[in-house]
Design a protein around this ligand. Structure first.
Ligand SMILES: [Fe+2]
Ligand SMILES: [Fe+2]
Length: 203
């Protein structure tokens, strides 16, 4: 990890550790996305690891609970400030910001990842939603937003559909496919338990 990446990391740890930040987007999320990103990057030649690591660190740096739609814009603004404070050269900063700007499934229908680093971040990020941890994150976030847990089901299913439709790399697709059956089995069990029969009111 470069000196620049190290100083950005310290600032990100400081900023995401607050009660306003989405519980699903604190530093443990960043660490898992980093692990996924490095695994995918190992299968692709010519990846700029410093750009990738900086983008992973900063991609959700400002994601308050309930501000999903705005979080890319908010994180871009904070990332620009953090990179400037850390004396990141302008050219490098603009590459990092571009990767961050292309990471979200909220916008992927209109803004698609255009570089290897952006494709890797996109997939690494979606993979953190497709796992036992991903399931826990969704329900924790709905709790933080004061929404009932079962309201998370439809939202989560849509997120999974978008992730599967837009996954960018072969390794990302492979990892997704290996994680998917567990998540789908959990969701179908959850839905069957949550379904209340009409009969309970007629007895
Ligand atoms: Fe994000
Ligand atoms: Fe993320």
């Amino acid at each position: 990890m470069s000196k620049l990446t190290d100083s950005v990391r310290s600032e990100v740890v400081r900023r995401v550790s607050n009660s306003g930040q989405s519980v699903a987007h604190r530093f443990d999320h960043i660490e898992r996305v980093m692990q996924n990103a490095l695994a995918i990057a190992a299968t692709i030649e010519g990846v700029d690891y410093e750009i990738l690591q900086l983008a992973v660190l900063l991609h959700d740096v400002e994601q308050p609970a309930g501000k999903k739609a705005e979080h890319v814009e908010l994180s871009l603004r904070a990332a620009e400030e953090i990179l400037k404070q850390a004396a990141c050269p302008d050219e490098k900063a603009s590459k990092v910001l571009r990767v961050i700007g292309e990471h979200s499934s909220e916008h992927v229908r209109t803004i698609q990842p255009s570089t290897d680093e952006a494709k890797i971040l996109f997939d690494a990020d979606k993979l953190d939603g497709l796992s036992a941890v991903g399931i826990a994150r969704v329900f924790a976030l709905f709790g933080q937003m004061d929404l009932p847990p079962l309201q998370a089901i439809e939202w989560y299913k849509q997120k999974i559909d978008i992730a599967l439709q837009y996954i960018q790399t072969a390794e990302g697709r492979r990892l997704c496919n290996s994680r998917l059956p567990y998540v789908q089995q959990f969701l179908s069990q959850l839905e069957s338990e949550a379904r209340i029969s009409e009969d309970i009111w007629s007895s």
